[in-house]
Design a protein around this ligand. Sequence first.
Ligand code: HEC
Ligand code: HEC
Ligand code: HEC
Length: 416
Amino acid sequence: MLKSIKSWLPATSIVSLLVLYSISCKHHPDEIIPPVSQCDTTNITYPGDVLPVLQAYCYGCHTGNNPSAGIDLSNPEHLKAVVNNGRLAGSLLHHADYTAMPEGTTLPQCALRQIVLWAQDTIFPDGNCDSVNVTFAGTIRPMLLLNCQGCHNSTKQAGGLDLSDYLTVAMLAGNGQLMGSVEHLAGYSPMPKYGKKLSDCDLGKLRKWIADTTFVNPPGGIPCNPDTVYFEMDLLPVFLSACAKSGCHDGSDEEAPRLTDYNTIMNAGVKPGNPGGSKIYKVLVTTNLEDRMPYPQGSPPLPDDQIAMISKWISQGAQNLHCDNQPCDSTNVTFSGTVWPIIQNNCYGCHSGSNPGGGILLKDYATVAAAAQAGKLYGSIAYLSGYARMPKNGNQLSQCNIRQVKKWIDLGMPAK
Ligand code: HEC
Ligand code: HEC
Ligand code: HEC
């Protein structure tokens, strides 16, 4: 600790040293920020002293759907994170390692003193901790955004690291540096730098995510980014199973445009960057049931997550991107989280409704389990001899997906 303070001192001001103290250990308030006359700091409360200041000076930029720096100060979880990791105090005190806040000015001295003291003294309980349903997009990325990206982003790459880049995070997770630094293990720089250690809940989530993910990086391949929609891998199977069934958009009906590959789908009315202006999207979400796809009228709409994926793909420029190395979690396989999404995206369109392919229904747990029990599910996706190869007319499922389905069958097809 002492060594790190010393090596850090020359470049920084007294104020920064005081911030370090205020965050890392309890100190007399006057050391953090000098007393101000007529400023009551004896009984600082959130509703009475802190909230009004945040509302007046910060909410303008730090609330709403797209808050600055991804920090919504009206969201208790976000406030808790920036208090705990020191970003709130660091930015208000205009510490060199943080962006000075509020933008363009300094808080009135009394308000500043009250908030910094409040941040120092407040201990947030951990509350409900869901460390079971951990995903990169829903759990880990928001955590990194709040706690780490202030210093580790694409422009400010502290230590040469951009933690808004999935591949960097995956690399650090795979080689042990991520957990080493956040768990403050010997041999690693403790992170978040100058802040408090992450909560036990957050640490548990990180551990779980790393344990569940296989970080594969064979040389030469293009690694998959979980934020990107890949046409062949993610989207084409949906079109093939939901739209390109025989007699529909498979080229056999002159009035129905063919939707069997990238070019035919692009020709069917895709405006890159503009889902709302793209015919292929509009027909999925229109409230006019006569026009809505899939046909025939009365068919259920596409599942929400498939519609969302199509919209995201168009927003991302409707490109024909591909990748090779998808992290594959085949250890923690469930029906709802693993197997059903595979079936829904690749098979459901042909294997639901009143005339399912081969007479085989794959529309819920019971029907999928029945096909698995009969050996047909695995036989068809693994291309075993004696079975029709599925998905029909499409590429074989990824090796990862096949392994996951097999794992689920081997586990006795749990319904969860
Ligand atoms: C005019 C808009 C605006 C106002 C007002 C504003 N902020 Fe910010 N804030 C930003 C922007 C933009 C960033 C991101 C800056 C960057 O990434 O360089 C930011 C970043 C931050 C950060 C992260 C800083 C870091 O370096 O990690 C914190 C914490 C923060 N603001 C807190 C506050 C607080 C507290 C207030 C009120 C006292 C406030 N902000 C008022 C626009 C604003
Ligand atoms: C206030 C700025 C700041 C914040 C916030 C921050 N870092 Fe860092 N980080 C640094 C700096 C600077 C370095 C370079 C090493 C050093 O100076 O200690 C670094 C280095 C690292 C390293 C390499 C450490 C090693 O020993 O190999 C990792 C991994 C890392 N940070 C992860 C994180 C994570 C994860 C978070 C959020 C939980 C985080 N950092 C938050 C500034 C920061
Ligand atoms: C484009 C429509 C289409 C898609 C997509 C599709 N199937 Fe099929 N499936 C059929 C048809 C049609 C048959 C009847 C056999 C044939 O025509 O080859 C069939 C037959 C089957 C059979 C029986 C195979 C046998 O040999 O007994 C299984 C099991 C099956 N499909 C599973 C799947 C699975 C699992 C997926 C997704 C990974 C899938 N299907 C995707 C149309 C489809």
